[in-house]
Design a protein. Sequence first.
Length: 255
Amino acid sequence: MRVWTIFKKEMRLYFTSPVAYVVFTFFLLIVGYFFYSIFAFYNLTSMQAAMNPVFARDLNITDAVMRPLFSNTGIILLFFMPMLTMRLFAEEKRSGTIELLLTFPVREGEVLLGKFAAAMGLFLMLLGFTALYPIIVGYFARVEWGPLLSGYLGLVLLGGAFLAVGLLVSSLTENQIVASVVTFVVLLIFWVIGWAADLAGSNWKALFQYLSISEHLENFGKGVVDTKDVVYYLSVIALSLFLTMRSLESKRWRG
């Protein structure tokens, strides 16, 4: 019940401030632009392939449109997810309401889960609007549901990991802008760390590839749900929420 109360409060704050509207507007505009560009290129390629039946057999709309769209959406989330978490704890600390909240008969875990659930709920709403794109694709050609569903599963896990890291950073500062920028930098480091794998030695290569957020997203777009990738994202979420809990507990003890 307390988690639900906090969830409703945070959702109300999202929609009574410009944050949700700004994120929804620009995210959907950018993703829509990428979808239009990718789909237009696929149509052009299809017309060229019509002159070559051998090439046309290898043309797959799921691989040609949806896979690149999932990959680009992951990059776009890198920029927008910090905006959903930057105020969740930072604003509470700046205004002094975090002390009041933690003096109520509510546990840190309930506060954390309520805020995380609200951010995750808003993210799922955001992702839900992109379901229009596979519907459009399915109107023109047969869509493979396996890669489509696994691709969305990958984005859900990716978004959950981004939000959990953002919550952790937000709990460590009183400034929303600092929380947003630091979250973006941390996520960017884990996004590009896989690029250094080819330059690293054999021992470091495997570690860099495993730590890379982008490396684990690729399989989902191919229709492959690997336990290793699922465990990775769930581990990032669990560890980030655990560290956020410790941060809140230390705040209570410090008064």
